[in-house]
Every structure is written in C-alpha cells, then in structure tokens.
Design a protein around this ligand. Sequence first.
Ligand code: PMP
Length: 362
Amino acid sequence: QTKRADNFGAGPTGLPLPVLQRVLDEGLSYGDSGMSVMEMSHRSRWYDEIQASAETRLRRLLNLPEEFSVLFLQGGASLQFAMIPMNFLGAGQTAGYVTTGSFAKKAYSEAKKVGSVRIIASSEDSGFRTLPAIEGSQVPQDLAYVHFTSNNTIYGTQWQTWPTDVVPPVVADMSSDILSRPIDANRFHLIYAGAQKNLGIAGLTVVLVNQSWVHDKSVAGLPSMLSYQTHLDNDSRYNTPPAFAVYVLSVLLEWIEEQGGLPAITARNEEKARLLYGVLDNSDGFYQGVAEANVRSKMNVTFRLQNQDLEPEFLSAAKAAGFVGLGGHRSVGGCRVSLYNAVDLAQVERLLTFMQTFRSKH
Ligand code: PMP
C-alpha cells in the first residue's frame, strides 16, 4: 500500500482517490477501445463520448443556461487574461477590472497590452486582505465588460456575494473556486478556470461563454486559435484538445455527482473551512488569519504564525508529518492551506490535530 500525502497544495494538487483509482484502472484500456485515452484519436467515438460526458455533467452541475457554450481549451487561465480582451475589447471601448490580488492584476496588465482598460475597484491598499465594496449602479454602463476574480488564491479572499445590477457583461476568473459552490451563471457572460485545482489536472482550461456575446461582439480577424468563435464552431476540436485532461475532468465530475452534486460539495467545503478558521481564531493569536473575516476564502486559507520566526519550523514539521503544500505563495510567504473539493474532512482533522499539537509544544 503506497502512503499518500495529505495534499493541501494550491494547485496542481490532490485528486479524489476514487478518481485517481478509476483513471489508473482504465489506464491500459478505456472501455472496449484497447488503448488508454492518452493514445487515442480525438476524433474517435470514445473521445466523443468523453468530451460529451464532461460537457453534460458540467452543464448539469452548474445549472448552465442553454445560451452558454462550454469550451475545452489550453494555455491555462493565463491565456484567458489575453484572449478575453482580444475578443471583446474592440477599438474605442474600455474594459473595467477589479484588482483583488496577483492574478487579477495580471489579468489587468495583459488586457492593457490589448486595449483601453481601467481599474474600477481595487483592494490593493489593504494588501489585498479585503475586497472592495462595489455598487453595481456605479459601474460605468458603457464598459466592454467588467472582470472579477472570484477567489484570490494567493491572498485567501473570496467574493461571498456578487455585486448586483452591474450592467456591462461580467467576466469571472473562477480558477480557484469553480465547482466549490453553486453559481448563478446568468449573472456572467464568461467564466473561465484552469483545471488544475477543482477540475482535475493541468493542461486544460474550461471556458463557459455566452454564445450570442461571441457571435455579436467578437473582434474580427483574430488568429484562429485565439478566437472563441473558432473553438465554438469546432466543438473545441479545431486542433487537438488536451484529451487526457478532459477525460480526468469527466471522471471527476462523475465523482462530484456521486457525492450529491454541488449542494453536498458546498456543505462539505463550508464545514472544512469552519473547522480550520475555528482553530486559527481560537488559538489565542498563535495562528493569525490574513484575510479579513467577512471575505475569507473557503478554498485557500492564509495565515501567519504570531511568531513568524517559527514558520519555517512549522512548515518543516508539517512536511515531516505528511502534510504537503502548506507554504504560502512565494510572493507573500506565511502559510496557506488549500481546501479544494478533493480534500476530505478526515484530512482536515488530521491537520488540525497537528496544528493544535504544534501550538501546545510552543
Ligand atoms: N487565476 C487564478 C485565480 C489562479 O489561481 C491561477 C493559478 N494559480 C491563475 C489564474 C493562473 O492559472 P494558469 O496557471 O492556469 O495560467
């Protein structure tokens, strides 16, 4: 029996064991194909089935309205930072960005290379520990779109509710919290996420986009691979898609459905976060949460030790005890526990026991 680490990494990170097991079981032959998904044509009937299953399950889990297309692309969420303005920021238009962390700022900087952009709200003044208050009615109505980051992976903040009555199309980077909770997709024109956190493995980027927006508003003349219209017209198979990553996604989505779908996943995520923040808040200041309490992320829990000199020892003791990925992002340091869907309650409890013991020893 191989010893598996308790993986709290920010991504790529652990997969649910039954998902991994199934992928391994089908590793020599998928169905009656006599080959693995890694070896088969993306035009084969088996791959047709896999991609259709991933799409159907995603639509069902997110309750996605008909007018959305599901695209399976490559290039990571980072390529979306550029593709979004290339497609939707036409000459003479301006796009609005809400900068709430490092990736939000990257999205803004990339868009700036493409066209006219402005920051309509930011939490940079607080060191990204908070989220800005946004009144939908104060967002200029003539923006080409407004870009949000739903969960700020590095700082550990997450929008708990979305600003209402925003008039321009809303675009959201949900890389680090997609499928962790229900969303009202009707509020968005485009949602994107790199797969390597809650959607499986690296190499795949999922884009959910309003078809009419693409048809009616896309900038013409883009290189084919950078145009959403191309991918939409070709069922995400204009070129070879990341077939294996789409396959892992389909198995993962089936697992989520078996767990009871998003209501069950959400309840479990809330419980995990409640337990962990509880230990931070009841540690007499030994552990100190970084994000402001009302915007704390349920996916990435960031904290410091009151005595920061003790952090290297905390991290190495955690590592020795079999906990992986607890270091904060290299840009901010400190500690971070990522509680993506694959992390189960037993793992969180093991970690909390470790944290309590560490505290009592120091
Ligand atoms: N956005 C967010 C919120 C992220 O957490 C990340 C990756 N950690 C990215 C974008 C960049 O994703 P990728 O590496 O897939 O380009």
